[in-house]
Design a protein around this ligand. Structure first.
Ligand code: ZN
Ligand code: ZN
Length: 304
């Protein structure tokens, strides 16, 4: 079986940890950009994108103090079948997007196209929380990825996990990269913990710069996590996929509807699994989940 995968585990470079969906007091967040920098830097992050609604923060005056800042924003536009808006996160945009936010008459495709035209990338945010159905998602093209996990939606509404939406899209021919993000608002109120520093991407690149991170995201040189570490993914000449990871309870090979395979730890935690694939599969993506339910997600591996 021949596989097609931009494998970040087999290229030169170092891993850099970042969150690419965050809000500050410039929109509906509760922390200033300076406070966000301190929080993420203190938690060991290498980069952060503050993606406020309607406004792309001018980060030229903001001292990251070692934390790389990537300019970005989020727009809520269009109309899904049930009447909600699409939320589109744009990274690598330095000026405000020339569209009216929270406007049902703005086409989300125009946000994606504009972001591509100025050299950035766009991500479809939290499909489950947004109420986007399969048809809503299939209308869009040209984006870089889709959020499989949004910590804020999960903590606030229990609607943060969008894996089934993404698998529906891939089964129908789309090829998105997969993102886990905080979408941090840091409300932090009784019985709702603060939605910060809990979902991130690990990006492989030569060195830490805005250009290098964006280029790596464009190529898919990253994976997502809320805890576990994927240490290696290897694919041999017969298409057999081998995964190595930190100790986990499950290693899953999520695939074409009704196919794929899940391995369960029996006694000792799992740290590796080997999967040859099954006839009829068109793609496989790796999910590893630890005993606390925290998960890491690879980008999809396609059969070619
Ligand atoms: Zn949103
Ligand atoms: Zn957001």
């Amino acid at each position: 079986m021949k596989r097609r995968f931009v494998n970040p585990f087999k290229i030169q470079g170092s891993w850099f940890k970042g969150n690419v969906h965050t809000h500050s007091v410039a929109s509906d967040g509760t922390k200033t950009s300076e406070e966000l920098v301190e929080m993420y830097r203190g938690a060991g992050y290498h980069f952060l994108s503050i993606t406020d609604h309607s406004i792309v923060l001018d980060i030229s005056e903001l001292d990251g103090n070692g934390l790389l800042l990537i300019p970005g924003g989020e727009m809520c536009v269009g109309r899904s079948e049930v009447g909600t808006t699409y939320h589109i996160v744009a990274l690598g945009v330095v000026e405000n997007l020339p569209f009216k936010d929270f406007d049902h008459d703005v086409d989300p495709q125009d946000i994606i196209d504009h972001t591509n035209a100025v050299g950035g990338i766009s991500i479809i945010a939290h499909p489950y929380w947004s109420g986007l159905n399969h048809g809503d998602l299939m209308k869009l093209s040209g984006y870089n990825g889709v959020e499989i996990y949004n910590m804020s939606c999960e903590y606030e509404r229990n609607t943060g996990l969008s894996g089934s939406y993404i698998d529906g899209m891939i089964a129908a021919g789309k090829e998105p990269y997969i993102y886990a993000v905080d979408d941090q608002h840091a409300a932090g109120r009784e019985q709702v913990p603060i939605d910060a520093c809990g979902a991130w991407i690990n990006v492989k690149t030569e060195s830490l710069s805005v250009k290098n991170i964006l280029d790596a995201l464009k190529k898919g040189h990253f994976y997502s996590s809320t805890g576990p570490e994927i240490k290696d993914i290897s694919i041999d000449g017969d298409g057999v996929i081998s995964v190595e990871c930190s100790p986990v309870r499950y290693i899953s090979f999520v695939s074409t509807p009704s196919l794929g395979m899940k391995f369960h730890a029996e006694g000792e935690p799992l740290t590796n699994a080997v999967y040859p694939g099954r006839p009829g599969e068109t793609y496989v993506r790796v999910e590893v989940t630890d005993y606390e339910g925290r998960t890491a997600w690879s980008n999809p591996i396609y059969n070619s």
